[in-house]
Design a protein around this ligand. Structure first.
Ligand code: CIR
Length: 277
């Protein structure tokens, strides 16, 4: 069986610290409630496990309020892991603190050394990896990341994240191998040639941060029109609460690093780069 890009059997998560209430946010709305964030994180972890993923949950890092969003400082694939350089100064130190956890699961970890790139700006599709330039991901970082991806056999394409959007995946999600859920602005930007698009109603655009895991589609629970539409299209939809993490501009994709262990690891797999079997 060939792995699909949304087939995952492992994930790394990090428990939110009480300092999550000080997480970065663009707006001036209310702060999240620490207990509420923890409850959303627990529901998310349980949903991953129910979808068939084994979770490695790291301890909180109070000195990094946004560190529960582990997808931004790293990328993981069956072929290997990459430590990134998050573009927010307060988050740059998160990447080195993921190294030990990644070493438990990966042999050989590549590392971004120039510029900045956040994993939230990276959308993996079956044919290529889209890297969105944003306020967090600059061209230097994107270009080096494209080279690191090429080294593990993944072709990258650098695109522009629509203005006013934190990360590329704030505005899009892969629903299946040929379909992307996205916002009007992202659709109009023409980033997804060759894909079928499901374009969200303006009032429900925050549902773009959904997450396909194996045969399950995790969707924020407060968008009834989108939940109904996706269920009617045949997806196995699991609604999840994200009201608290949304207060600090986060959603479902950024709360885990996901990958599938190689199905046919080469002999002597301990000596080659890639996820440990
Ligand atoms: C931040 O601004 O970095 C965090 N408060 C939220 C990060 C969300 N990450 C993501 O969408 N990939």
């Amino acid at each position: 069986m060939n792995l699909r890009v949304f087939d995952f059997d492992r994930a790394i998560l990090r428990t939110p610290a009480a300092t999550v209430v000080d997480g970065l946010r663009a707006g001036t709305g209310p702060s999240p409630d620490a207990a509420g964030v923890l409850a959303e994180h627990s529901a998310y972890a349980a949903a991953l496990r129910a979808a068939g993923v084994t979770t490695d949950i790291l301890p909180p890092l109070p000195q990094y309020p946004d560190s529960m969003f582990v997808e931004d400082p790293a990328l993981t694939f069956p072929e290997g892991a990459i430590l990134l350089r998050p573009g927010a100064p307060s988050r740059l130190g998160e990447a080195p603190l993921l190294r030990a956890a990644l070493q438990r699961h990966f042999v050989g970890i590549a590392e971004l050394t120039h510029g900045f790139a956040d994993g939230g700006d990276v959308l993996v599709t079956p044919s290529e990896v889209l890297i969105g330039l944003s306020a967090r991901t600059d061209r230097e970082g994107a270009q080096e990341l494209a080279r690191l991806l090429a080294a593990i056999g993944r072709r990258a394409r650098i695109v522009s994240t629509p203005a006013g959007v934190l990360h590329l995946k704030t505005a899009c999600a892969l629903l299946d191998e040929q379909t992307i859920l996205t916002t009007r602005a992202c659709a109009a930007a023409g980033l997804f040639a060759g894909f079928d698009l499901v374009v969200l109603d303006l009032a429900e655009e925050a549902a773009a941060n959904s997450l396909r895991i194996n045969d399950t589609l995790l969707v924020p629970d407060r968008f009834p029109g989108t939940l109904e539409l996706l269920a009617a299209r045949g997806y196995r939809v699991v609604p999840l609460p994200t009201t608290q993490v949304a207060r600090i501009d986060a959603g479902l994709s950024c709360m885990s690093l996901r990958w599938h262990t190689p199905e046919n690891p080469p002999a002597g797999a301990g000596n080659v780069a890639g996820a440990r079997p």
